[in-house]
Design a protein around this ligand. Structure first.
Ligand SMILES: [Mg+2]
Length: 379
């Protein structure tokens, strides 16, 4: 089998998260056998599409798509010289997912089968609360709705507006009480029935992070995610040593080498790669295996598009050291609807392992005709 063409579909969502627009890029690899492979990355579809057309396409066109590890290494060589930790690695991630989709379709098996088989039939999930119910103003209502769906863990980021006041350089006792209030209210109402992960998006400096962690420790959050930026793992270790709450790090790290430094510094208790950013399914599996050697669990980051959702479920079904998988109800109940040929929705708080073959879902043909979808071809 040979790769004969690369189809790039840039999908503008018209929404802004944090600093900028978040678009999805879908990649379809076409082959001379007629099998196509679907991949995805985000958020800067122009940059990622540019990396594919200029740097990765020459490696891929005419190549045998079944040689996934070789193609990963060849793509890495193509981008390593001038720096790979950005759009280049996100682009490689999308290609890697598409290669696994081809492998699964060629074998007639779901991707999780090719990874070594399912360790579990259903996947524990938490809900990340980009939601029509605001966790700042209605945290108890939101937690109650999730519990009604059978979902017993949720993620919120109530300290972000406080960090933005002074770039996370300092925090007062009053501001800590303000930031902790949604967590306190949920715990007061539901106790241990709802686990609450606290997300900080890397906004804080070390002394502020230590103060926040110490103050909310009695409320027993599930984890503290990305309290600091991800560029100094020795400082992260100081934070880890200062709190008994597990630290979760980081969707922002890429490749096994990025996670090597994190693991060797003992900075995290939970490892959080994003398949669309870290280097794809291949790299996420390797990162998870590295984490396992440190007796650490993995909680894959899954806050992108619908292809990431399926790919993450395949990996989560397989991983022996899975903790819990991120999901967003606004995505799977609303925004993903109609984009793929299948849905993947939790049942009683657990996500089913996708059936396959390959990812188990393709782009719905009508999506390509939408005005916010821009299609281009490389061949
Ligand atoms: Mg995060």
């Amino acid at each position: 089998m040979r790769i004969t063409g690369i189809e790039l579909i840039r999908y503008s969502r018209g929404i802004t998260v944090h600093a900028g627009a978040v678009d999805w890029l879908w990649v379809r690899l076409h082959t001379d056998s007629g099998i196509t492979g679907l991949g995805e990355t985000y958020p800067c579809s122009d940059a990622e599409a540019g990396a594919i057309s200029r740097e990765l396409a020459p490696v891929l066109l005419g190549a045998d798509p079944s040689r996934i590890d070789k193609l990963w290494a060849d793509m890495f060589t193509a981008v390593q010289y001038h720096g790979w930790a950005g759009a280049e690695m996100r682009a490689m991630s999308a290609i890697d997912i598409a290669l696994w989709d081809i492998a699964g379709k060629a074998a007639g098996m779901p991707i999780h089968q090719l990874l070594g088989g399912a360790t579990r039939n259903t996947i524990p999930v938490y809900n990340t609360c980009y939601d029509h119910v605001d966790f700042h103003t209605a945290p108890v209502q939101l937690a109650g709705e999730l519990l009604g769906m059978g979902i017993r863990a949720m993620k919120i980021w109530p300290f972000d507006p406080i960090a933005k006041r002074n770039r996370g350089n300092a925090i007062t006792a009053e501001e800590i009480r303000e930031g902790a209030e949604p967590l306190r209210l949920i715990k007061k109402e539901f106790g241990d029935a709802m686990q609450v992960a606290m997300e900080f998006h890397g906004y804080w400096n070390l002394p502020s992070a230590r103060k926040i962690a110490a103050a909310i420790e009695p409320l027993d959050p599930m984890w503290l995610e990305e309290m600091l930026p991800q560029d100094n793992m020795a400082s992260y270790r100081e934070l880890a040593n200062a709190t008994r709450i597990p630290l979760t790090i980081s969707e922002r790290l890429m490749t096994r080498w990025g996670f090597r430094e994190l693991l060797e510094n003992r900075a995290a208790s939970v490892i959080m790669p994003d398949i669309c950013w870290c280097g794809g399914i291949s790299e996420a599996k390797k990162i998870a295996s590295m984490a396992e050697t440190y007796y650490l669990p993995v909680a894959p980051h899954n806050c992108g598009g619908p292809v990431l959702h399926f790919a993450s479920a395949h990996l989560a079904a397989n991983l022996n050291n899975l903790f819990i998988l991120e999901t967003v109800r606004r995505h799977y109940l609303d925004e993903y609807r109609g984009l793929l040929t299948a849905d993947l929705i939790p049942v009683e708080g657990m996500l089913p392992a996708p059936a396959g073959p390959g990812l188990g879902a393709d782009l719905a043909p009508e999506v390509l005709k939408r005005p916010n979808a821009t299609v281009s071809w490389l061949s």
